[in-house]
Design a binder for this molecule. Sequence first.
Ligand SMILES: Cc1ncc(COP(=O)(O)O)c(C=O)c1O
Length: 406
Amino acid sequence: MTRPPASRAEAIDRDRADPLAAQHALFDLPEGLAYLVGHSLGPPPRTAGTRLRAAQEDWQTGLVRSWNSAGWIDLASRAGDQIAALIGAGPGEVIVADSVSVNLFKLAAAALPLARTYVLFVEEDEFPTDQYIAAGLGDLSGAEVRSLPPGGTFEALKAGGVYLKSAVNYRSSDVADMAAHEHEARRHGALILWDLSHATGVLDLKLTAAGALLAAGCTYKYLNGGPGAPAFAYAGPEISNRLRTPLPGWMGHAAPFAFDAAYVPRDGAARFASGTPPILSLAALSGALDALNGVPLGALQAKARGLGALAIARAQAMGLEILSPLEDARRGGHVSVRIAQGYPVVQALAARGVMADFRAPDTVRFGFSPLFLRHETVWDALDALADILASGSWDQPQFHARAKVT
Ligand SMILES: Cc1ncc(COP(=O)(O)O)c(C=O)c1O
């Protein structure tokens, strides 16, 4: 673990040595903006716009022919293969479709009959959608749903069943030891469905090597796929052809244009496609994924953690309580701190050109997307935070007005 820069000059030196510095030029972020919410909505790389405009042109000129001529029909699989390379999986093991919520539902439903016991488990500090989906699927399937204490999955695996578990916790940024969990799961006939939303595009994930069999994740965070970009579903080859989706739509059929009355699933993860894919969103996503082509995942992870360590060191110097692991290896790409007046503080930061996010009741999250952030930017953002807290300038009426999205 490298020591975080101790001065602004050292932060600038770190940027000069940054192996990912060339990637910054792919983004057109406004000058002076510290965009520390890449873990919430990544900004558009130029490559996303290029592919989006090309898809618009195909729509305009090729019309319905573009399903074949522009390869739209295979775009969800091609984007899936690009994502597979980023999570340590193989071709055909990932499909882009629907949202994370829907993919969790489909994968968990498909996993239940294959686990030793018909029980769904989810930790009580998991992202709420994971909990709602588990409860909804429990109601529909008759599976028992058990809530676990934070970090309780590993111990519970003895009971078999299906577990919804984030690789990186959305609030704390805690990283789960995927290989250790999978090893234990296999011993007990349990199946883990990993939520990779906060891990993909920022950690050096190795799903195959860890023995992971099921996962879903979003593409609008560190993959920069765009607002509401479709999510992905992963099914390992060891298990994928035994999985039955509860939403067998025609796009998951082996031959959709045969219009057969009987449902025959596609091989691999593609069976989790349901309806017609959103081509414009997929085009933007594919372009965004191009920005990650050839980027070493180890460098991505090391830089994100280095930026996080810098923020932690400076936040500690301000006396703030850090809610994320201090040890780099146990932390994802974001860092959360407790600030009682977090909401107005985040608004005051935004007014100074520093975007962070607030998670009720008192968590302020800073995301360190390694493709476009500089150490210098993070240094200056923490200066702004120190100033806002010391001066009390956050305590103005306009910063207290709550918006719908925080
Ligand atoms: C960990 C996690 N899971 C799931 C979701 C929700 O995904 P979706 O809106 O695509 O269903 C989010 C959204 O931020 C998330 O952070």
